[in-house]
Ligand binder design. Structure first.
Ligand code: SAM
Length: 284
């Protein structure tokens, strides 16, 4: 397998570009795990971000109704066209996902998302833009139903982290607000060509039709979460005093009212507790 991808790139005279996050997957078990986790059906529309050499695209196509694969690097266009020519359900879009967005892909002429039973994003994401891509996908209306993505292991741990753990932070809450996140398995560096600096992990995000956290004002809730975690070494009371123009007694009274000990550290608060806190702070 490793020889195949290397040979293919060589034949087309393509040297992987680090700045585009070009670490191509070459491990069969990892491909299998991605497909198994995606639970593809012939009624699914799959969006692949970063088609690369088309190795994942060609494995997805026989299992899905349609694949729209976006790739920024025009050097890969002839390779993709040749490798994927046998499939009539693949559409390759050359462009930047950050500019085109999921919406742009779903609004392409001839694409009718409502005719599919699910929209799934399946991708070995370019690492330099994973965070904006994930947030952007989760905030879409409608959002994709499922994301099965390869990301840096450390980021996967942050996204799936529970309160009280080292990896837990504002980004964990931002993701868990929209979806149920599960770290499926670790994928070692050697599963890629060229090898990246860090290990990766396969992440499954099942996007909920409604946010999992109930709060009155989403933007205010997130501003409280961000403010709290920007001072994660302080107590929740001191972290918020740093950002809010409140008197200590006033804030302590609100914390007590929502049964949050003022001495707790922000990283021990669950998303639901942050929501209760944000709601009472906004009330006052
Ligand atoms: N899917 C292939 C695989 O699994 O081997 C390639 C994955 S590689 C990690 C990421 C791919 O995303 C690269 O081919 C890269 O050129 C492409 N890419 C990087 N930035 C992009 C962007 N902003 N929009 C679309 N594709 C991008």
């Amino acid at each position: 397998m490793i020889e195949d991808e290397r040979k293919l790139l060589k034949r087309y005279g393509i040297r992987p570009r680090k700045k585009l996050g070009q670490n191509f997957l070459i491990d069969n078990r990892a491909f299998e795990k991605i497909l198994e986790t995606s639970e593809l059906t012939k009624n699914d529309l799959v969006i692949e971000i970063g088609a690369g050499t088309g190795s994942l695209t060609e494995r997805i196509a026989p299992l899905a109704a349609k694949v729209i694969a976006i790739e920024i690097d025009e050097r890969l266009s002839p390779l993709l066209a040749e490798r994927l020519a046998q499939f009539d359900n693949i559409r390759i879009v050359r462009g930047d996902i950050l500019k085109i967005g999921l919406k742009g892909l779903l609004e392409l002429p001839g694409v009718k998302p409502s005719t599919f039973s699910a929209v799934k994003v399946v991708a070995n994401l370019p690492y330099y833009i994973i965070t904006p891509i994930i947030i952007n996908l989760l905030q879409q209306k409608p959002a994709p139903n499922l994301l099965v993505i390869l990301v840096q292991k450390e980021l996967a741990e942050r996204i799936t982290a529970h309160p009280g753990t080292k990896s837990y932070g504002a980004f964990s809450i931002a993701c868990q607000y929209y979806c149920i996140a599960e770290l499926i398995c670790k994928v070692e560096k050697k599963a890629f060509f060229p090898q990246p600096q860090v290990d990766s992990a396969l992440l499954k995000l099942v996007v909920m039709p409604h946010p999992l956290v109930k709060t009155r004002d989403k933007d205010f809730f997130f501003s409280i979460v961000r403010a709290s975690f920007s001072k994660r070494r302080k107590t929740i009371e001191n972290a918020l005093l740093y950002h809010l123009n409140w008197r200590r007694e006033q804030l302590r009274e609100r914390l007590t009212k929502v049964r949050i000990d003022f001495r707790r550290r922000p990283e021990t608060l669950s998303a639901t507790e942050f929501a209760r806190l944000a709601d009472i702070l906004q009330e006052s």
